[in-house]
Design a protein around this ligand. Structure first.
Ligand code: UD1
Length: 424
């Protein structure tokens, strides 16, 4: 898939955010903790959501989507083994391990693509399950976990990993006794998962702080739950308004969830108007240079680092971005340079010397947020850009081109993603 963007038009108007992808994925996995049917509302129509649906179907769960609602019926006998082709596509597939351990006492999930335990991937998830009494082995590329009964434990996370906090929280809900997660991730999506689990009858407290306490319960019931708005999507459209020097009202955003991004936008010279569920941005001039360090929440989100770099590429001076959450997350910088941006990468730092203009080019989106970054840069650049690999964008932004078009952007798409949705 590719996208042709003719840049140089200030974006103006209103854009509405969808539900949070990063809340929808763990919540869909968590729904299988009960044998009853759950309905989840405000689920964004995204490729990652489809992948999670396929993942759940592959282990015997019935999943139906209608509009932005998903009905999950995990009543049938479940299979304990997740297929490689789905886990390979999405790291968040690993979130079914905790719920499967609770339901079946055994789970086999392939190692997420090309990673080894102990390096990048899922060691903290596994340490947590082990502390709760699970035996973990690696056989034929699969991580297998087995336990007679999960037991509550005190678990300290070396890094406040979002996925590990979620997986361990879900395992703790079905464990015997109390589980405590220290140095837990504090992202709003963690709080949303805890609220969802509590609506099923779980007893989770402290979510949103670094210490989460989970009192195991015997049985969870089905529920109906509506997930929070996507703060990364909201941030992206705010930056889109800023980079094109336009005026954009972003609706369905919880302003406290995007505080760090708003602070940096303000520092760059943007005028912001916060409502209770909206933020309006008005950017009068080229951005002032800004230094950013990505950090776990409430710090600046790593997922907004790439889109923000598009803005700083136009800065009136030199900005510094330090990426402390993920390694090798600067693929977009090279592509921005092909548009005329002046960016130097030194280890985990990007030094961005702002330039007055970028020019359109043929570009390759290597991942979801890089795709968003290049689109924003193309919207503000002079002339025509063609961005290849835009299927990555649809992993995380529903109706991306349509929403931008409603703000006045000139975007053409080739090969729109297609998918039919059944009725609930
Ligand atoms: C989630 C988000 C992703 C976001 C990231 C950080 C979802 C579906 N995805 O990803 O969009 O960019 O949080 O905000 O919610 N780590 C380990 N061992 C582990 C687990 C993680 O070393 O067992 C490391 C990772 O390599 C990374 C850091 O911890 O360097 C943070 O990762 P983590 O918070 O787990 O991210 P995800 O949950 O994968």
């Amino acid at each position: 898939m590719s996208m042709i963007i003719r840049g140089g038009k200030p974006l103006r108007g209103i854009v509405r955010c969808d539900g949070a992808k990063n809340a929808a994925l763990p919540i869909m996995a968590g729904a299988i903790l009960s044998e009853d049917i759950s309905i989840i509302d405000s689920v964004p129509r995204l490729r990652d959501v489809e992948t999670m649906s396929d993942m759940l179907r592959s282990i015997g769960v019935s999943v139906r989507m209608a509009g932005t609602s998903v009905r999950i019926n995990p009543g049938k006998p479940l299979r304990h083994e997740a297929p490689y082709d789905l886990v390979r596509m999405m790291r968040a597939s690993f979130l079914i391990m905790g719920p499967l351990l609770v339901r079946l006492g055994t789970a086999a999930v392939p190692l997420p693509g090309g990673c080894a335990i102990g390096q990048r991937p899922v060691d903290l998830h596994l340490k947590g399950f082990q502390a709760m009494g699970a035996d973990i082995t690696v056989e034929g590329g699969f991580i297998r976990a087995r336990t007679k009964k999960l037991k509550g434990a005190e678990i300290y996370l070396d890094i406040p990993s979002v996925g590990a906090t979620e997986n361990i929280m879900m395992a703790g809900v079905g464990a015997e006794g109390v589980t405590v997660i220290e140095n837990a991730a504090q992202e709003p999506e963690i709080v949303d998962l805890a609220n969802f689990l509590n609506s099923m009858g779980a007893e989770v407290s402290g979510a949103g702080t670094s210490r989460i306490k989970i009192q195991g319960v015997k049985r969870l019931t089905g529920t109906r739950y509506s997930i929070i708005p996507d703060r990364i999507e909201a941030s992206t459209y705010l930056v889109a308004g800023a980079v094109t020097r336009g005026k954009v009202m972003v609706e369905n955003v919880i302003p406290t969830h995007v505080k760090s991004v708003l602070a940096k936008l303000k520092e760059s010279g943007a005028h912001l108007l916060e409502g209770s569920r909206s933020v309006e941005i008005d950017m009068p001039s080229r951005p002032m240079p800004v230094n950013i360090k990505t950090l776990p929440y409430p710090g600046f989100p790593t997922d907004v680092q790439a889109p923000f770099m598009a803005l700083l590429a136009f800065g009136q001076g030199t900005s510094l971005i330090s990426e402390t959450v993920f390694e090798n997350r600067f693929n977009h910088a090279e592509e921005l340079s092909r548009m005329g941006a002046k960016i130097k990468i030194e280890d985990s730092n990007a030094i961005i010397e702002g330039v007055p203009k970028l020019t359109g080019a043929s570009l390759q989106a290597t991942d979801l947020r890089a795709g968003a970054c290049l689109s924003l840069a193309a919207l503000a650049a002079e002339g025509k850009s063609e961005i290849f690999g835009t299927e990555h964008i649809y992993r995380g932004y529903s109706g991306f081109a349509t929403k931008l078009r409603l703000l006045g952007a000139d975007i053409e798409e080739t090969d729109l993603p297609r998918r039919s949705y059944a009725k609930l």
